[in-house]
Design a protein around this ligand. Structure first.
Ligand code: TYD
Length: 196
């Protein structure tokens, strides 16, 4: 099973990817966790840009969108597909819906979909819907460099876009408020009920 985990910055998707892996492993499943931007060569360029080490794609959102799409195809071919073919479940921390939501802010949505047309849709997309204030507190606690998309106004917009676009990938929206363990439980319930 191929699961994508999504949400605004600070929604806890990275922590929850690990927690969900543990919860599914406890049910006897073999689960691989990965993330986008990936650890591959194109993913590295994207992270360097997002964290301000290299510039400047701000004026070139189409180029950035193509980088995300290129990273994704490389990631699918080198990591995701081989794991799925070996019968291992994959949880991907961010996937195509992130491109539709984030790149769609600046680039025609239809084109973003077209450049991602070779990326297979996951069996299940889970969107962690975290109140903006909680997500901001988490980002502040992390104390790392503020990335390009992390201003509060953009995050507000992004949350709305997630809620609007979720139905187009049949995503399940999971309440991301409260304790981390409670959110994991909700995610696990969503995975289990998607299989029945
Ligand atoms: P990530 O490292 O997951 O950030 P965080 O843990 O802070 O949520 O992702 C980095 C940024 O990349 C994030 O702001 C979302 C953005 N992004 C896109 O714009 N398009 C994409 O296709 C992906 C995968 C991520």
């Amino acid at each position: 099973m191929f699961i994508a985990l999504e949400g605004i910055d600070g929604s806890g998707h990275t922590t929850q990817a690990r927690a969900l892996q543990k919860a599914l492993a406890a049910q006897g499943r073999d689960v691989y966790v990965t993330a986008e931007p990936s650890a591959g060569p194109v993913g590295k360029v994207i992270r360097d840009y997002l964290q301000g080490r290299i510039g400047n794609f701000e004026r070139f959102p189409e180029s950035l969108a193509l980088l995300f799409a290129a990273d994704r195809l490389h990631h699918i071919a080198t990591e995701i597909k081989p794991k799925l073919e070996a019968g291992i479940d994959v949880i991907c921390d961010r996937y195509v819906l992130s491109s539709w939501v984030y790149q769609g802010l600046e680039v025609t949505e239809d084109w973003v979909r077209r450049i991602n047309q070779f990326a297979p849709l996951p069996d299940l997309t889970l969107v962690i819907d975290t109140p903006l204030i909680e997500a901001k507190q988490r980002r502040d606690l992390r104390g790392s460099v503020q990335e390009i998309f992390e201003t509060q106004k953009i995050q507000e917009n992004i949350r709305e876009r997630y809620l609007d676009l979720a139905p187009s990938v049949h995503a399940v929206i999971v309440d991301g408020s409260g304790k981390s363990e409670e959110v994991t439980k909700r995610l696990l319930d969503a995975v289990v009920s998607s299989r029945t």
